[in-house]
Each structure stands twice: as structure tokens, then as C-alpha cells.
Ligand binder design. Sequence first.
Ligand code: F6R
Length: 234
Amino acid sequence: MEIIKVNSYEEMSQKASEILQKQLLEKQNSVLGLATGSTPIGLYEHLIELNKEGKISFKDVVTFNLDEYVGLERTHNQSYYYFMQEQLFKHVDIKEENIHIPSGVAEDLEAECKRYEEQLKALGPVDLQVLGVGVNGHIGFNEPGTDFSSRTHIVELDQSTREANARFFNNIDEVPTHAITMGIQSIMDSKKILLLAFGESKKDAIERLLSGEVTEDLPVSVLNKHSNVTVIYG
Ligand code: F6R
């Protein structure tokens, strides 16, 4: 595991963008695994800039997002589809057909999980997976206690996760109770993983990860079993 300690959110974002840039220069048709949330926004800003300057291109890039809320249409301003459009996709030269995000409004959600996992298998493996981490150590929406062998599935969100994400909604009652997420094994299948974490609230999860602990009570700790992980934290 490569561990990079930074002093600011900007430094984390800059360093992360250098890793993504290197990945895209080495393999133009990379399959990227992407996360939403506050953590990768700075990284995405850098990628947009690099794309505008002609230093990287997304024209052959394929993306898979980690998760989506159940019940939110793509057009809902808190859906992860909407987030990705606003924070990255609409600003770069990616092809719409190369973007993959699970649908949280599929009629048959179990079938949607299966379909997503099959797409991942067909187009994957993911070359580089970007991850954030929840205060409770979740990755994707795999909450504490999730089986390490899990694949794309429906989860009931922890109350702490709904509270953490309520800041984006008018009130906590509007935060969906369920989500569809890539499983822990689906994430572990990626060739490389880049974990980003910044701020006091993430310290505990990161310290436990770096202690080498491996437990299903702390989903992010599974990364101790992966052979190519970079952690940038501050
Ligand atoms: C988002 C995701 C989540 C977030 C985590 C941290 O796609 O998979 O695991 O990475 O909840 O969220 P932020 O970055 O908002 O602190």
C-alpha cells in the first residue's frame, strides 16, 4: 500500500489528478471506477482542467460509478447520475454510452444489480477505482458488516450515513433509505485502487485501515488485502 499524507484538500486533489492523468496517458481506453460525494470534487475539477488543456482525453474512457440512491430519477438533483454530469461528465469529452451508473429506479432492482455486475464483467476489469470512505468506514455504500464477497446489491443505508448525507437534502426525511452499490468483491476486482480521505471525521477509519486491521466491521479495511492501493489522506 502506498500512503501519501497531505496537508490540504487541494494537495490531495492535485496528487490524485496526477495519478489519474498518468493512468490515462498509459492507457487511453482505461476503465475508471468513480465515486461521488464531497471528496472527489476537487479531483474532478483538476481532470476537467487537464481535459480543457488537451493534456488528457476521455474519448475512449469507460466509467463505472460505485453507487446510486434507490428511488431517485437521473434528473433528481441529488441523484448520483446528476452529480456526475454536473461535476465531471458534461465538462469533458466522454461519450455518453461509455458512462455506467446503476439505475435506482429500475422496476426490478435485483435484475438491475445483476445487469450492472454483468456489464462490469464484460467491460472490466476496472483499471483504476477511485474511492472515498464514509465516517463509519463504508466504501461505495457497503456499510459495516457487509460480506467481503458481496457483488452489486441493494443496501439499507445506515442512519449515520443518512445523517451525513442529509446536508445535501432539505431534511433527513428526503434522504433515500436504500441504495444500489457495487459490492466489496466488485471493488476488489479493480486492478488499482485510489482511496481519498480528508478531514477529522475520516481520521478514525483511516487510522484503523493503516493499522493493518482487516474486519467486515470496517469495510475499507478490506483494502489491506488488495495488492495495488494508494491512499491519499489528510
Ligand atoms: C460515493 C460513495 C461513498 C462516499 C463516502 C464519502 O459514491 O461511494 O462511499 O465516498 O460516503 O463521502 P464524502 O466524500 O461526501 O465524505
